[in-house]
Design a protein around this ligand. Structure first.
Ligand code: DC
Length: 246
């Protein structure tokens, strides 16, 4: 698999000393608001945002379209190996391209959400994507969100956050996002989210789990601005602390 993260100029932090840049890992269960928060944190710090869930979703969408079932691990692994996957950070969204095709519009459908846990537990999928994600973070200045970033992908990230919220609150947030696009009930979303939690926490390889050194942030009663401010201030304290040691 060829790999590429295109760094667009407005999101890149040119000319900054590398000791000023840190990596930020944001993990947590489905629907905790990680993507929105991680994108805003990245904007505030002028860092690159990497949505790792979008990468697992893009692979899932591709496999569904090609008719490759998650049980057929050889086929999945072979396709993942040959795939070119690109992330293109843009102002408000991050585009995902597979073999040059923009798959972003398809990856949030209920069908993909329902199957993504099945494909993301496959070893070949995880090892390819983890490798790619590490490459993206080599130069620091990355805010990466997912399930296993603080534990497996970037265990040395300088700031690690584990973001959570109650199942009811997470389902309600997803409901508000989806209501116009697809007909779905709040109960169905609660059920889907609880099931995805079980699958993500229970899988053998890199399960969803809080890293020991991650800061736990329960956002059930927090708004987005509060969550973003809390994380940004942790990042700034870390950078200021490092600078004072020089
Ligand atoms: O964050 P999200 O809901 O878009 O993620 C979709 C799925 O991708 C999630 O159910 C599990 C998987 N995932 C993963 O296994 N590891 C990651 N680092 C990110 C996502």
């Amino acid at each position: 698999m060829k790999e590429c993260l295109r760094r667009n100029a407005p999101l890149d932090r040119q000319g900054t000393h590398t000791y000023d840049r840190i990596n930020v890992a944001i993990d947590g269960p489905a629907g905790a608001g990680k993507s929105t928060v991680a994108r805003l944190v990245a904007q505030k710090l002028s860092y690159i945002y990497v949505d790792t869930g979008a990468m697992y979703r893009a692979i899932t969408w591709y496999m569904i379209r090609e008719g490759i079932e998650p049980e057929d691990q050889n086929q999945v692994n072979q396709n993942v190996r040959d795939m070119v996957i690109e992330l293109i950070p843009e102002k408000d969204i991050q585009k995902v391209l597979i073999n040059g095709e923009d798959v972003t519009p398809h990856i949030r459908s209920l069908q993909v959400s329902g199957l993504v846990s099945q494909y993301s537990k496959i070893e070949g999928v995880r090892s390819r994507l983890s490798h790619l994600q590490r490459q993206m973070a080599l130069r620091k200045g990355v805010v990466m969100d997912g399930r296993d970033i603080g534990t497996t992908v970037l265990p040395d990230a300088e700031v690690k956050i584990f973001m959570t919220a109650s199942v009811e609150e997470r389902a309600l947030r997803r409901y508000k996002e989806l209501r116009d696009a697809e007909s779905v009930t709040l109960q169905q979303l609660e059920h889907d989210i609880a099931q995805r939690d079980r699958l993500d926490e229970g899988r053998e390889i890199s399960p969803l789990r809080r890293a020991e050194d991650a800061i736990l942030l329960d956002t059930t009663f927090m708004d987005i601005d509060q969550v973003v401010e809390t994380i940004v201030s942790h990042c700034r304290s870390h950078v200021d602390g490092e600078r004072n040691h020089l």
